[in-house]
Design a binder for this molecule. Sequence first.
Ligand SMILES: [Zn+2]
Length: 93
Amino acid sequence: MADKKQNKRNNNKNYDEDYNPRFRKQRKKVCVLCSDKNFELDYKNPEQLKKFVNDKGKILPRRTTGACSKHQRDITTAVKRARHIAILPYTQN
Ligand SMILES: [Zn+2]
């Protein structure tokens, strides 16, 4: 009886890990700035910074950009500088 219960619990656990979408597709994102050494973040380059803001002009979170904490801070500063010199918009619409 005790063994049966144990099995049931284990099966449930396996079900979560294999089929629950929360636990799937955990492909590790690599920081763009860390992986590409030639990539230089420039606040005067709006084309480059557009990758890090959404269509409303908001800065994308780290879970979306995949940047490490150090580079996410750099990105944030660059976007804010670009906004200040009117290269990037503060808002859209
Ligand atoms: Zn990085």
